[in-house]
Design a protein around this ligand. Structure first.
Ligand code: FMN
Length: 326
């Protein structure tokens, strides 16, 4: 196993503060959103999941789509983790080497939780979590081919395999951190989160444990930390609606974002995407814009107009119409 870069997870764990991570979200945790969450205080930001198999088959092409999506800006992002999914240890080995060499993230993460049909069909994501033997081979393969800390993201349960069994099975491996989505594969993305399980796995895992699921505001964040005793939190849909949630949790106070502040954030996000990827990126931004206006007065009207935005000028005009262009 190659010597790993100084382990930032241990440094984060030593601080007298919970670790706050932007959890991976395909279609959302791109470079622009990661920068926004970093600015609000996220300690760690995860990429969208990237296919180890796609990287394996496109290894000769330095400018392939997957690598392009994983680029980052170390001056504007907190510790950056690239998350890989797949099922073949050989693909993971190559992907880990390629990512370390070309992307140079702070860490690598392995996805054992994705419930999406096309991922499960490949024996990847949460389907891989069901197979303890294969799980171990995949983790060993990434550890052997990575110079940066390796973490894993799992579910409370997948098939017959619980988070506890999963962790016991790898407790001798130098995995640096663990994020647990406290819902089972059967639950998908809804329903109660099992916060209690962090305590049961604690004796078998030395690194930081982050709990994830259903954290949408300061109150749910504090309650998740108290109930679980976790070292930190993974914020997903809660951060889509209010990326300032990182700051709220850090400062332990609620921050009210009024319409003006939200519209400035909308604009900042759109501008950053356009600067990074060109105006066509506004098509992807539309779905994110809809999360920001959730719960605001007239949200459905806003949404109706925001989903049609294809230029910054159109967005400026919408904000002007709402008197929000200050
Ligand atoms: C749109 C979307 C995309 C997601 N993509 C990923 C992904 O790429 N990798 C992953 O491990 N989890 C992914 N997740 C799961 C989240 O990281 C998180 O575990 C889940 O949403 C539960 O947290 P929440 O209740 O706070 O949203 C995704 C979730 C959503 C809603």
């Amino acid at each position: 196993m190659k010597e790993q870069e100084q382990n930032f997870w241990q440094e984060l764990k030593k601080r007298n503060q919970s670790i706050l991570a932007l959890a991976p979200m395909a279609g959302f945790t791109d470079i622009a959103f990661r920068q926004i969450c970093s600015a609000y205080g996220a300690d760690v930001v995860y990429s969208e999941m990237a296919s180890a198999t796609a990287l394996f088959y496109n290894q000769e092409n330095d400018d392939n789509e997957t690598l392009r999506l994983l680029r980052w800006d170390r001056t504007k992002e907190s510790r950056y983790l690239v998350q890989l999914f797949g099922s073949n240890p050989e693909h993971f080995a190559l992907a880990a080497r390629l990512i370390c060499e070309k992307i140079k993230p702070n860490g690598l993460d392995i996805n054992f939780g994705c419930p999406v049909g096309k991922v499960l069909k490949q024996g990847a994501g949460a389907d891989l979590m069901k197979n303890l033997k294969q799980t171990r081979l995949v983790i060993e393969s990434v550890l052997e081919n990575s110079q940066v800390p390796v973490s894993v993201k799992i579910r409370a349960k997948a098939g017959d395999v619980s988070a506890l069994e999963f962790v016991k099975n790898i407790s001798d491996l130098p995995v640096s951190a663990l994020m647990i989505h406290g819902r089972s594969l059967n639950q998908g993305f809804v329903g109660e989160v099992d916060f209690g399980l962090v305590k049961t796995i604690r004796p078998y895992f030395k690194g930081p444990v982050l709990i994830n699921g259903g954290i949408v505001d300061l109150k749910s964040a504090q309650s998740a930390l108290n109930l679980s005793g976790a070292d930190g939190l993974g914020l997903a849909r809660g951060a889509l609606a209010r990326p300032w949630l990182f700051q709220e949790i850090k400062e332990g106070r609620e921050i009210i974002y009024n319409r003006g502040a939200i519209s400035r954030l909308l604009y900042r996000h759109a501008l950053s995407l356009v600067e990074l990827k060109g105006e066509s990126a506004l098509l992807e931004w539309r779905k994110q814009a809809c999360w920001y206006v959730q719960g605001l007065e007239g949200a459905s009207q806003w949404r109706g107009r925001l989903v049609q935005v294809s230029t910054l000028t159109q967005l400026e005009n919408i904000l002007k119409d709402y008197g929000l262009n200050d």
